[in-house]
Design a protein around this ligand. Structure first.
Ligand SMILES: C[S@@+](CC[C@H](N)C(=O)[O-])C[C@H]1O[C@@H](n2cnc3c(N)ncnc32)[C@H](O)[C@@H]1O
Length: 201
């Protein structure tokens, strides 16, 4: 029911645009269980968030938290949330250049083996794609608990010209909702790092 009935009500597309009162366009890549996306839209009614996830279990977690059982077709949904149930890179290609105000990449799959580096979301090819869709001055927020990925972010973002550098932080910045993956990482003794990169004007 959730995937067949509720998801189409939220799926982003030309026939399901954000309504009046939405002043900013935000994108979250890989929302996992969706708690970060839900907290963002609840706290920021003027921002329209397109939340991306490919994993069915994650999609169902988000949808189940939004509508009570039995109200899949009718339950009220946040006016400022849309879902993209496909690769976030395809969404970015479909969005106009310079249209996104903020992009969230919270605890991306680390792909720690060197031979899988091409699969990491923070990758020179994706950095150019993200940069093309972000407005000048827009924020790209990234968090990771994986030491290999943390070094990788420093290397990749340190050798590009689209974004101004960010000091890595070990405390989650104020206004960043926690995520499920982050909670698990901390419980396992891992130390997340948080960055805010800014698109050059
Ligand atoms: C390690 S989990 C973190 C989930 C969540 N952000 C959190 O912090 O709890 C990474 C998620 O990103 C999703 N993902 C990976 N690559 C993606 C892509 N290209 N487009 C959309 N989702 C993606 C995966 O399915 C997975 O659920």
């Amino acid at each position: 029911m959730l995937l067949d009935v509720t998801l189409p009500r939220l799926r982003w597309g030309a026939q399901n645009p954000f309504g009046a009162g939405i002043e900013q366009l935000w994108v979250e890549v890989g929302f996992g269980g969706g708690e970060h996306s839900r907290a963002l839209v609840a706290a920021n009614p003027g921002a329209g968030l397109i939340a991306c996830e490919v994993f069915e279990q994650g999609l169902c977690s988000l949808l189940a938290a939004l509508v009570p059982q039995g109200a899949e077709a009718t339950g009220a949904l946040p006016a400022n949330l849309r879902v993209w149930d496909d690769d976030a890179r395809a969404l970015l290609r479909a969005l106009p250049e310079g249209s996104v105000d903020r992009l969230f990449l919270m605890f991306p799959d680390p792909w720690p083996k060197a031979r899988h580096a091409k699969r990491r979301f923070v990758h020179p090819d994706n950095v150019a794609l993200v940069a093309s869709r972000l407005k000048p001055g827009a924020e790209w927020r990234i968090a990771s608990d994986d030491p290999t990925y943390q070094d990788w972010v420093q290397d990749v973002m340190g050798t590009q010209d689209f974004f101004t550098g960010a000091e890595p932080k070990h405390q989650r910045p104020q206004g960043w909702p926690p995520t499920r993956y982050e909670t698990k990482a901390r419980a396992a003794g891992r130390r997340p790092v948080y960055w805010v990169f800014t698109r050059r004007k």
